[in-house]
Design a binder for this molecule. Structure first.
Ligand code: IP8
Length: 250
């Protein structure tokens, strides 16, 4: 079982509102389709995809003052933010389906929630059944209902962490715009075992990112039992073929 996150900045133009990076999304979809065709069991993909927001969702959330902890009860905010993420999800699904990847949508807003302490509750029974029936569920960063705060943002990274645990994933991959986590000299750090060792090189994201950039991603991955890999789009096919390009976080 592989849980794969397609980073929002890898598949959208992060600096232009609600704009897809069409070429990047096509190339990611090609890599996924090729890997599934080449796998030992093409009819049994054993793959769950989660995508982030990039230029969809983050600016909307920021405009409405909604983050993973700051909530809102404004119904327009809910539909604006969730709607942007559903639009992107539709684009991702259509590119995959065009390539015969049996992708199906799962909108976390309709299934997940947070309790008063902010703990995420993500039911995964439907995702498991989809996978065992040969589908590729495609989830996305989204809003979730949050006890006493209305709605808050759930990042794709949180979803990846929850799914990896619940589905006992063998491998977790984060496909990013960079070839891995880079040190001060822009060299890919091969392995990260603690946040302390790399906190100074994990800068904040330069574009609007309400869920915290690379530091939050690495923190979420360090929390997992499974080994996780951060790599660039060019390495997606290699990752899906079983290699460990980029940075391994464990
Ligand atoms: O890009 C963010 O998901 P992420 C989702 O995975 C929203 O952090 C609604 C901003």
């Amino acid at each position: 079982m592989i849980v794969l996150k397609l980073g929002g900045s890898a598949i959208t133009d992060k600096d232009r509102a609600e704009t897809l990076d069409g070429e990047a999304l096509e190339s990611a979809s090609d890599a996924i389709a090729t890997a599934l065709e080449a796998s030992a069991e093409p009819g049994n993909p054993n793959l769950v995809i989660v995508h982030g927001g990039g230029s969809f969702g983050h600016a909307n959330a920021s405009d409405h003052g909604v983050t993973t902890t700051e909530g809102s009860h404004d119904i327009d905010a809910v539909h604006d933010i969730h709607g942007a993420m559903k639009t992107l999800n539709g684009f991702v699904l259509s590119r995959l389906i065009e390539r015969d990847v049996p992708a199906v949508p799962v909108h976390p807003f309709s299934t997940a929630s947070r309790d008063q302490s902010g703990r995420l509750e993500l039911p995964t029974g439907q995702v498991e059944t989809m996978v065992s029936e040969g589908f590729v569920p495609v989830l996305h960063g989204d809003l979730v209902s949050h006890a006493e705060r209305g709605v808050t943002v759930v990042s794709g990274d949180e979803l990846v962490a929850e799914l990896a645990r619940a589905l006992e994933a063998d491998r977790v991959g984060l496909c990013s715009t960079v070839p891995g986590v880079l040190d001060d000299d822009d060299v890919v750090i091969e392995r990260i075992t603690t946040l302390e060792g790399v906190a100074d090189v994990l800068g904040e994201s330069e574009s609007t990112d309400v869920t915290g950039g690379m530091a939050a991603k690495v923190a979420a991955l360090l929390d997992l039992d499974a080994e996780a890999t951060i790599f660039g789009l060019d390495e997606l096919e290699a990752f899906l073929a079983g290699e460990r390009p980029g940075t391994t976080v464990y």
